[in-house]
Design a protein around this ligand. Structure first.
Ligand code: S3P
Length: 172
């Protein structure tokens, strides 16, 4: 990896709507290190949006690309890396992240998460007849995986992005 102040990359994990991108970006700015975003890299490489990738190539293809992108970003450079909500679910990804990074779970309860995602239609996994129920099922299935992260930073409904950055810095 390129030299920098960090020995490991700080990897933001957690549900969609947890604030991984917003908090990750602000944390990178505060530390003056590069901000990396796996969803963004996947979209840029494919020149397609995530919903388009899901629609054309399917979820498994997306997961494969996601693993490749995360490995590459972790090998290339130290910074703050925001991942998609599915990135910390496979053991293989968790291993790669553990080797090169410190994982930070942005932990928000289901209600807060729902309030943040319900207005946007950019998440293919929530394009179901009952997105609220889908989110709730994903949430229950995923929380035990996110709980394996090195650090847990709670994010409630009121907290600002900068307060989340403070909490993350205290935990780090
Ligand atoms: C996903 C979350 C999305 C994106 C894709 C799949 C998931 O990222 O990677 O739609 O499985 O939870 P965000 O967590 O940034 O929304």
């Amino acid at each position: 990896p390129k030299p920098g102040i960090l020995k490991k990359t700080i990897v933001m994990v957690g549900m969609m709507g947890a604030g991984k991108t917003a908090v990750g970006r602000a944390l990178a700015a505060r530390l003056d290190v590069p901000f990396l975003d796996s969803d963004h890299e996947i979209e840029a490489a494919a020149n397609m949006t995530i919903p388009e990738i899901f629609e054309r190539d399917g979820v498994e293809y997306f997961r494969k690309k996601e693993s490749q992108v995360i490995s590459r970003l972790l090998a290339e450079e130290r910074g703050v890396l925001s991942t998609g909500g599915g990135a910390f679910l496979s053991e293989e990804n968790r291993e790669i992240i553990k080797e090169n990074g410190v994982s930070v779970w942005l932990q928000a309860d289901l209600e807060v998460t729902w309030n943040r995602v319900k207005h946007r239609n950019t998440r293919p996994l929530l394009r179901t007849d009952n997105p609220r129920k889908t989110l709730s099922e994903l949430y229950d299935a995923r929380v035990p995986m996110y709980a394996k992260a090195d650090l847990h930073v709670p994010s409630d409904g009121q907290v600002t992005i900068e307060e989340m950055v403070d909490r993350a810095l205290q935990a780090l």
